[in-house]
Design a protein around this ligand. Structure first.
Ligand code: NOJ
Length: 487
């Protein structure tokens, strides 16, 4: 962590005379926003948003009849959460949601992505709904709409009811998939009079492997590969059942799609051969979830590679899994594979990534802004979609409150500026990205890292619950107001 810098020191560093400029931040702050720049920005109507999830911000785990989730149990296993914290209180968003909606409005966002905590609505996963739990989402949605912000709802952001884990082994059983379909139907029936866009599961790519393969997310299991593959298949089935439930029980015209941390592939060097290879890589690296959702098939290369560990499935399941979606939600943070063409195997070769590759404050968060250009471009082509939303993008940072009470997160601004410039490059070329949700509105409970990794545009003091805008909040407000990346 860097040392706090006093206002005077800062002014000196910035080459400003302390006498001439009252506060460096005031001089830099963009309120009112800078005038629109010449040149291309994002398309008119591009949807600017921000995102959070239930367990990461709500707190209130014992309020109003909420049941336990697998995360309530997991965080209590000693050593599982790096800083020993948990989501019991988190951001107290359950109580402070009005204040938080005002923060979203302050940014100028037109959309907010949040998730419904399944055990708030069905404390046991199935059975009798808990009206008080549902009511929280009614209040939140009404408050958003009152402030001109569209609610984008995620059905599952990892807080599985513990009861389903105990009774069926969670996602190990298709029983959980069916019950998820029923829960999706209930939420659709009660909330899509006002919610027009629904994400099904958030990041199957993470919660299946981390939760059931290597045990670092809830429920903390380390199962053999064959079972992990079967669970991934079950998660795709749950997605498909939710799509069908929203169609059958939601208001007509409700749109639905996944929110997946797509395994991000980009050409190492931009030649036609490598670009083609990166497209193949994107399909094959995502064969276990996104590709089967979008095409209704497991690829030959995937089945060959999985061999005896391949999931067991029926044609009827593949049909459900590939129920047509209205959009593709992609969480894009870091490049996973830089690819070159190859005459071996499926036609691509992922290159090893050197240790010295730069990353942000989270080790896994490599800086590869071109990823947010290539991945939507290749995805739109291979899966023939005309609506992609970046359902998450953002970074953690060593956010320090300086002596003047401000947070100068210039590294986050650097990251966002570069990623947004590449996203703008994509939309300028006609890649059908329709919106962007910045992760995250405010610092929150970052799973295995606890409260230690701060992803917010607003800093949160978890003792006092005071929210303070970081410099990046001003940056994002400016981007939104200009509808341009700010390069
Ligand atoms: C992906 C997850 O959906 C979200 O819950 C998490 O906080 C961010 N990435 C940052 O790691």
């Amino acid at each position: 962590m860097s040392d706090p810098v006093s206002r005077r020191q800062f002014a000196k560093l910035a080459g400003l005379s302390a006498a001439g400029v009252a506060s460096p931040l005031e001089a830099l702050e963009v309120k009112p926003v800078s005038p629109p720049r010449s040149g291309n920005g994002f398309p008119a109507g591009f949807l600017w948003g921000t995102a959070t999830s239930s367990y990461q911000v709500e707190g209130a785990v014992n309020e109003d009849g909420r049941g336990a989730s697998i995360w309530d149990k997991f965080v209590r296993i000693p050593g599982k959460i790096e800083d020993g914290t948990n989501g019991d209180r988190a951001n107290e968003h359950y109580q402070r949601y009005k204040e938080d909606v005002a923060l979203i409005k302050e940014l100028g966002c037109k959309a907010y992505r949040f998730s419904v905590a399944w055990p708030r609505v069905f404390p046991d996963g199935d059975g009798k709904p808990n009206l008080k739990g549902l009511d929280f989402y009614n209040r939140l949605i009404d408050e958003l709409l009152k402030n001109g912000i569209e609610p984008w709802l995620t059905l599952y952001h990892w807080d599985l009811p513990q009861s389903l884990q105990d009774r069926f082994g969670g996602w190990r059983s298709t029983e959980t998939c069916k019950i998820f379909g029923d829960y999706a139907a209930y939420v659709a029936k009660h909330l899509t009079d006002r919610v027009k866009n629904v994400f099904t599961l958030n990041e199957s790519g993470r919660f299946v492997y981390f939760g059931y393969g290597i045990g670092i997310d809830a429920p903390g299991l380390t199962l053999p590969q064959a079972e992990v593959n079967q669970i991934r298949h079950n998660s795709a089935l749950a997605h498909g059942l939710a799509v069908q439930a929203v169609r059958a029980h939601g208001r007509r015209g409700t749109r639905v799609g996944p929110a997946e941390n797509i395994d991000a592939c980009a050409p190492a060097i931009d030649t036609p051969e490598n670009v083609r290879a990166a497209g193949i890589a994107l399909r094959e690296m995502n064969a276990g979830y996104l590709n089967v959702i979008m095409t209704g098939k497991y690829t030959d290369a995937f089945l060959k590679f999985a061999g005896p560990n391949a999931p067991k499935y029926t044609d009827a399941e593949l049909k459900i899994i590939s129920s047509p979606v209205d959009f593709l939600g992609l969480n894009i943070y870091a490049p996973q594979h830089y690819v070159v063409a190859s005459d071996q195997g499926a036609g691509f070769m992922p290159l090893p990534i050197p240790k010295s590759f730069p990353h942000m404050n989270s080790d896994w968060l490599r800086v590869g802004p071109e990823t947010i250009y290539w991945v939507p471009k290749l995805a739109a082509k291979i899966w023939k979609t005309d609506a992609i939303y970046i359902s998450e993008n953002g970074t953690s940072s060593d956010d320090v409150i300086t002596a003047d009470g401000k947070i100068y997160d210039t590294d986050r601004i650097m990251y966002l500026r570069n990623y947004l410039a590449q996203l703008q490059r994509a939309t300028t070329e006609g890649v059908p990205v329709r919106g962007y949700f910045l992760w995250s509105l405010m610092d929150n409970f970052e799973w295995v890292y606890g409260l230690n990794k701060r992803f917010g545009l607003y800093h949160v003091n978890f003792d006092t619950q005071v929210r303070t805008p970081k410099l990046s909040a001003s940056f994002y407000r400016n981007v939104i107001a200009n509808n341009a990346a700010g390069v």
